[in-house]
Each structure stands twice: as structure tokens, then as C-alpha cells.
Design a protein around this ligand. Structure first.
Ligand code: HPA
Length: 245
């Protein structure tokens, strides 16, 4: 079953029918909120708001392990993650949608593996390709089916937040090869891999990253909200196609 992990600007999916809400508990604690189960075009899917229903959980305090475990326990086999990001690559300006294909992790101090604790065996996962190729293809096809432009590939640099970056940090990330900057792809993507779930993301560019283009001097937080609100309408259409694919 498809699970959608919604980020800023996507805290619910209005097109669901037969909606049920379930409060999930895991051995890693509580997920960000209740899971919403429902149907689109006859297909069952589930939804979870990463930052909680009231958008009150900052990126560094999201219980990523509980979120992934709760989705898996409820029957998810594939996860479509939606996240707002800043654009580092010039052509990734506000409103652009991207299906990233690589990740650089700059986060710290987050619980980032299921494989720890007294009874866990030391386990290493392959993470050469951090996103599921099949899920990425399905997302690109879903976007094509509803004629929504979406970029195929980009490297998502994950920062700790919740503050935005300095211009020097973005310049360094660009030298590292990052095309996008956001705060939530890790450890989420790695945990999904550990849990054996297909995982890919739609990154919604909300602003040029710090020091870039019209963010050369500052990032306009006010402008971000309206860009994201409009872009999420397009993301919803893509997700609805993905759900029935
Ligand atoms: N940096 C990090 N995360 C973000 C940004 C950004 O510029 N915009 C939206 N999420």
C-alpha cells in the first residue's frame, strides 16, 4: 500500500474517501500524529503529516523511526515523501518540483537507525542509491500523466535546521554537489531502506537557497508560504495519479 508522508504545506489530503484515522504506537515511540487511511480511485492509501497535524514538530524533533515503523506496521510497502526545499542549482527556482536521486546528510544527533540497542545485531544497509528507482519512475510517470513539469534528479543536501543556512554553508554545499537543501530527507530515507520500504520524494522548491539569486541578501519567509501553497496543488494532482498507478 502507498503511504504519503506530507511535509510543510501538505498536512492533509482532501481527496481521500472512506477516511479513517488511527492512533499508532511503536516501540520507538509515537509517530508525528494519527495515520489517515482512505481511498483514492478505489485504491487504499495512508497519509501521515511529518510535522504533526498542527505543524508543531520541527525537523530535528520529528520521530523519524516511529513514523516509518508506524507506516510499515499499518501495511505500507512504498512511501512517497513530500518536502519543501531551497534551490541551490540555478534552475531550481521557487515553484519547481524535483524528484531527487541523491542525498548528502549534514544532520547530527538524530536517531538514525533501527539497528541499535541491546538486542539488535550490527547491520549495514546498501545506500548507494538512496531512493527507490521504481518509485522515482512511478512519480515521474504520474507527473507526466497529469502534464505537471517535474525535474528528474538532483542531490538533496539535508541540514539540521530549524534555522535556514548561511550563504557560506550553501556555497559549501554547492561545492559538495548539492542541488537542493532541505531538513527532513534524513534519516527518513535511510530508515525506509532499513525497513525494506520503497521510498522516493517530491521536493518542492520554496525559495532560492541562502545567498542565491533573489535570496542573495535574505530569504523572504513570507514569499515561501504562497509559493508552497500553489505548488502543493500540483503535488496533490501528481499524488492522486501515483495512488492509482
Ligand atoms: N533551506 C532548508 N530547508 C528549506 C529551505 C531552505 O532554504 N526552504 C524550504 N525548506
Amino acid at each position: 500500500m502507498l503511504a504519503i508522508l506530507g511535509g510543510s504545506g501538505l498536512s492533509q489530503l482532501s481527496s481521500l474517501s472512506d477516511v479513517r484515522r488511527i492512533a499508532a504506537r511503536t516501540t520507538f515511540g509515537d509517530p508525528s500524529g494519527p495515520l489517515t487511511l482512505g481511498r483514492i480511485g478505489g485504491r487504499e492509501l495512508m497519509f501521515l503529516a511529518r510535522h504533526g497535524d498542527a505543524h508543531s514538530i520541527p525537523p530535528h524533533q520529528v520521530n523519524y523511526r516511529a513514523n516509518i515503523q508506524a507506516l510499515k506496521d499499518a501495511g505500507a510497502t512504498r512511501i512517497a515523501s513530500v518536502a519543501t526545499v531551497g534551490g541551490i542549482r540555478r534552475e531550481f527556482g521557487p515553484g519547481v518540483l524535483v524528484v531527487p536521486d541523491q542525498i548528502i546528510d549534514y544532520t547530527w544527533g538524530r536517531a538514525s537507525t533501527f539497528f541499535e540497542g541491546p538486542s539488535a545485531k550490527v547491520t549495514h544497509i546498501d545506500f548507494t542509491e538512496p531512493y527507490s528507482g521504481a518509485m522515482r519512475k512511478a512519480m515521474l510517470a504520474a507527473a507526466g500523466a497529469c502534464s505537471e513539469a517535474i525535474a528528474d534528479g538532483g542531490c538533496y543536501g539535508v541540514t539540521q535546521g530549524p534555522r535556514l543556512e548561511t550563504a557560506a554553508e550553501i556555497a559549501r554545499m554547492e561545492r559538495d554537489g548539492a542541488d537542493l537543501v532541505g531538513m527532513t530527507a534524513m534519516p527518513e530515507a535511510a530508515l525506509a531502506r532499513e525497513a525494506g520500504l520503497e521510498y522516493a520524494a517530491i521536493a518542492v522548491v520554496a525559495n532560492h537557497a541562502a545567498g542565491k539569486s533573489d535570496s542573495a541578501r535574505a530569504i523572504s519567509i513570507g514569499a515561501i508560504e504562497s509559493v508552497v501553497e500553489q505548488a502543493m496543488q500540483r503535488v496533490r494532482r501528481i499524488l492522486e495519479k501515483l495512488a492509482i498507478s
